[in-house]
Design a binder for this molecule. Structure first.
Ligand code: MN
Length: 130
């Protein structure tokens, strides 16, 4: 099952992201802060993580460092979701170890293309013969 864990503190962004991913056929898990996200990542071992960079308390980059330092979660690709747009941010975010990043506001096609890059959807089941 292609499960994506979304870690996002903004309720509206969370709803939008879950709707886009579920509409495309992915299973989703959601966490509202880094601590909850880390616990869910360890427990469920999702196939991909969408990580908001700006989270209350521990931020997304710190959480990513913890995931990448842990052998059990290191292999899960992480896409950082960022509202930051200062020169050098892209480098800083990629240096934190994520496999990709995308800026807010989320563009539907760009998000799905990036996700599909890391997590192709399985081919739909053939219709059963009648
Ligand atoms: Mn946020």
């Amino acid at each position: 099952m292609a499960t994506i864990l979304v870690i996002e503190d903004n309720e509206l962004n969370m709803k939008l992201t879950l709707m886009l991913l579920q509409g495309a056929g992915y299973e989703t898990l959601s966490a509202r802060d880094a601590e909850e996200g880390l616990a869910m990542a360890r427990h469920h071992l999702p196939r991909l993580i969408l990580m908001d960079v700006q989270l209350p308390g521990m931020d997304g980059l710190a959480a990513m460092a913890i995931l990448k330092a842990d052998e059990s979660t290191r292999g899960i690709p992480v896409i950082a979701v960022t509202a930051l747009a200062m020169p050098g941010d892209a480098e800083r975010i990629l240096a934190a170890g994520c496999e990709g990043y995308i800026a807010k506001p989320l563009q539907y096609r760009a998000l799905l293309a990036l996700v599909a890059n890391h997590l192709p959807l399985p081919a739909p089941l053939p219709a059963s013969p009648s």
